[in-house]
Design a protein around this ligand. Structure first.
Ligand code: EPS
Length: 397
């Protein structure tokens, strides 16, 4: 079983990550993880913080001479901004903390953030005690964990991509769910991670306009995983269904409000004949069970069906607004304007990289559940043995 933990506050000393369950013998390096951390840091619409941070995960355990050991992989990412928050985020007891600038208690609750429920639930009298962990800074840790999962999946030919489908009211021209029609290099080059350059220009204008108004803007992102073997997940229990696990993983990303597998809501008004994916006669025993279409988004019955896995998710506009919303004060309950501190205007482009990480972690866990093994060669034997069996029964038995 592959599982991971993250720890760390946004302006504390750093983020800590533990990934366990990765078989021994997988090639892994800090440079490989840094590529994904760097992809997450880009994106039009981010605030000043990304100019301060240059995220790099230091591997603390579980890797020797460039290969995993099968032991927990510990990683640490420094918050370069920590030096600017030494008193506000001091680990040690601070006598008479200053109430100047960023050291001041936060009491002006931001609607739409974890501020109110977090502060009530944990019994705090300073909103900073919950906002620090609720910050999307934590997603850097997820991307580091996800990079480990991706390295494992890549070992078996599975690759992940993501692209932005919409920002605010601007949508990219639709793609037909076939990965062939998406130019992934163009996505990586695009400041909003959108292959449709004309839509990308309008998306950036939408971000500029929200920024000018002191407002924020959300959008939708699609994740595609290619070459996923048929049969990951299971139909036998609700909590083993791969579509359910992917949905939970994506919904857990900060500000995500909706998830769909494949086209999701878009098929609801159609008839069955327009929705299900016709299975084509088997002509290539190395690639059996091809479909004419992939409207199911690569899952059937809670299992992967051998087609590319496609998941979409929608991100609400960030809750920290420069043109602050009316709210109330934590101490008095009287009307105030919500707290504002430096924030992003739009985090839709980096959300795709975070979504890839979460899907990679779910797929890697499902992969290990199916194929097991304590070392890559052992896992490979199990994988290859299974793949030989997935074809028309009379041809194979
Ligand atoms: C965030 C607010 C901003 C973002 C941060 C998430 O941080 P700061 O308040 O330090 O400017 O930059 O995202 C990151 C630090 C990151 O690494 O993505 C928030 O409130 O969620």
């Amino acid at each position: 079983m592959i599982r991971f933990f993250t720890a760390g506050e946004s302006h504390g000393p750093g983020l800590t990550i533990i990934v366990e369950g990765v078989p021994a013998g997988l090639a892994l390096s800090e440079d490989y993880i840094a590529v994904h951390l760097g992809r997450r840091q880009k994106g039009y619409g981010r605030g000043g913080r990304m100019l301060i941070e240059q995220d790099r995960a230091r591997i603390m355990s579980g890797v020797r001479h460039g290969r995993t050991l099968g032991s927990p992989i510990g990683m640490s990412i420094e918050n370069k901004d920590w030096v600017n928050w030494l008193e506000a985020m001091a680990i040690e007891y601070v006598e008479n903390p200053s109430q100047e600038g960023r050291n001041a208690r936060v009491t002006r609750i931001r609607p739409g953030h974890a501020d109110l429920p977090g502060t009530m639930k944990y019994g705090f009298d300073d909103v900073r005690n919950s906002l620090e962990r609720a910050s999307a800074r934590e997603t850097a840790a997820r991307v580091a964990a996800g990079a480990v999962a991706m390295a494992l999946l890549e070992e078996f030919g599975i690759s992940l991509h993501s692209h932005v489908i919409s920002i605010g009211p601007v949508s990219a021209s639709p793609v037909d769910n076939s990965t062939d029609s998406i130019d992934w290099d163009a996505v990586e080059e695009s400041p909003v991670r959108c292959a449709d350059s004309e839509a990308a220009t309008r998306m950036m204008a939408e971000i500029d306009s929200a920024k000018e108004a002191g407002d924020t803007v959300g959008g939708t992102v699609e994740i595609v995983a290619d070459n996923v073997p048929i049969g990951l997940g299971s139909h036998v229990h609700w909590d083993r269904k791969i579509d359910g696990l992917i949905s939970q993983a994506l919904m857990s990303i900060n500000a995500v409000k909706a998830v769909s597998i494949g086209p999701g809501w878009d098929i609801i008004d159609k008839r069955g004949s327009q929705v299900h994916d016709i299975i084509e006669p088997v002509t290539d025993l190395d690639r059996p069970w091809q479909r004419k279409t992939n409207r199911a988004g690569g899952t059937e019955g809670g299992m992967t069906d051998g087609m590319p896995l496609v998941a979409r998710f929608a991100i609400k506009p960030i809750a920290t607004l420069r043109n602050a919303l009316p709210s109330v004060d934590l101490d008095t309950g009287e009307p105030v304007l919500a707290h504002f501190e430096r924030s992003d205007v739009c985090q839709v482009p980096p959300a795709g990289v975070i979504g890839e990480a979460m899907v990679a972690l779910v797929l890697a866990n499902a992969f290990m559940e199916k194929f097991g093994g304590d070392s890559i060669p052992e896992t490979r034997r199990n994988y290859e043995g299974y793949m030989k069996t997935v074809g028309p029964r009379r041809v194979f038995q």
